[in-house]
Design a protein around this ligand. Sequence first.
Ligand SMILES: [Zn+2]
Length: 215
Amino acid sequence: MNKARITSTTVSASVRTRVKVPIHLRSSHQRFEAEMVTFSGLCDTGEHLAIVFEPLSSSPHVRVHSECLTGDVFGSALCDCGEQLDEAITMLGKLGGILLYLRQEGRGIGLYNKLDAYDLQISQGLDTYAANQAINFPEDMRDFRVAAEMLQALGIFEISLVTNNPDKISQLERSGISVKHVLQTGVFVNSTNHRYLRTKIDKHHHTINLGEELQ
Ligand SMILES: [Zn+2]
């Protein structure tokens, strides 16, 4: 990322509130001190949240997580979002860093539409992306520009990104964030979400190693 591109970026969003919220992970019983940050002036109307774990380095670890109510809250086995979220909180809580929790449920199509797509996946055997298309949505509507805006509002322009998704890297770079390092996320395969993960690899080039046992 060249410097001119960073300095030419207009920071439109600003920090609205910062609230200290201790986090007690249910999966591991670990506890971390965190600060939840809200924003004004983001490019969409979602109530997106940054969760900041001190200390922050000059190029802090950042995880961009899109909301998945079914996986994050209820532990749905159709995806691995809940495990990925817990992994991110544990990592960032230990090392310091920022979790950007984007309210882009169901790859941006919303909760009810996501459940409609699940229904098609189960009843007609469609994969995640084909099911979205069958209900007249693009396969992925997520927009990561808002993540760049949140980082910029926090005064952060260089990061170490925790992701398997090459699209997140390119969208953040295009929005003026320099991705200095990329750290892979863990893989949480079960008998139910194997196909979901395989589709991510085949259709969107995610760097996920599913291992030998479930290939
Ligand atoms: Zn999910």
